[in-house]
Design a protein around this ligand. Structure first.
Ligand SMILES: [Cu+2]
Length: 263
């Protein structure tokens, strides 16, 4: 019985490792400047954790077999302090080390200043949809007032009609961007914490009510990419999604004009 269990553990371990090594279920190809560094850091993490996983499961299989029931009396063990300290500090070094190696990728997208000519777009999360806002020809985001937020009145973000800079703001349920141009995304939330996640950009960031979370990226492939909300935000969370549409510069400008509010 113990031999069978040890074998089952080993076989399940090998099958799991095979699916990761063969990349059976994997991320789609990346389309942002962070992709290469992100993917190599991801592989480093997976390899390090894969080795730990393999050794730990092998150890488990060995112990199951080695200490199988042989009719003797069980004895009490108080554990081994040296070994406890060794693998706890080993795990600490591994986790902190991986964070230190990878943090420059996060830093590039979040704390480095965007280029002066970057396209600024606000992206708002709400239960349970997304809204993108463009500043329009005047380049300025108009004032928004919470008491004016009303979807049925066609004003989901509460644009203030008394503010002249809000008159040309474009509000859309999807976010379109021109290819190969830097975009500064300003993430906001109307209610609870949501999460902006585009696998192809290799970017993921919470949207927090009351805060403006900024990040920037340059999309290099034309296409339509899903934005599933990735923070459990309520009953309708499962259907909260939008799309990132990467277009040619001409198509993008046309799209902006087509969706501009009537003047
Ligand atoms: Cu959400």
């Amino acid at each position: 019985m113990a031999l069978l269990l040890a074998l089952a553990i080993s076989v399940i371990t090998l099958i799991s490792i095979y699916f990761f090594a063969a990349k059976t279920w994997w991320m789609p190809p990346f389309i942002s400047e962070y992709g290469e560094a992100y993917d190599s850091h991801f592989m480093l993490t997976m390899t390090a954790m894969g080795i730990v996983f393999f050794l730990a499961q092998l150890g488990l299989a060995y112990v199951v077999f080695r200490y199988r029931d042989q009719g003797g009396k069980a004895s009490y063990s108080h554990g081994n302090a040296t070994m406890e300290v060794t693998w706890t500090s080993g795990a600490l070094v591994l986790f902190v080390g991986l964070v230190l190696i990878g943090q420059h990728i996060w830093q590039q997208a979040h704390t480095e200043a965007p280029r002066a000519d970057a396209l600024r777009v606000e992206f708002w999360g709400q239960q349970f949809s997304w809204w993108a806002r463009y500043p329009g020809p005047d380049g300025q985001f108009g004032r928004t007032l919470p008491e004016l937020m009303k979807e049925s009145a066609g004003n989901p973000l509460g644009l203030d009609p008394d503010d002249p800079t809000s008159k040309d703001d474009v509000v859309m349920p999807v976010v379109a961007v021109p290819v190969n141009r830097q975009v500064e995304l300003i993430l906001r939330s109307k209610d609870v914490i949501h999460n902006f996640f585009v696998r192809e950009l290799r970017l993921k960031q919470d949207t927090v009510p009351g805060l403006e979370m900024r990040l920037h990226f340059t999309a290099s492939e034309i296409g339509n990419y899903e934005i599933p909300c990735s923070e459990l935000c309520g009953l309708g969370h499962y259907q909260m999604r939008s799309f990132l549409q990467v277009k040619t510069p001409e198509e993008f400008e046309q799209w902006l004009r087509d969706n501009a509010p009537p003047q």
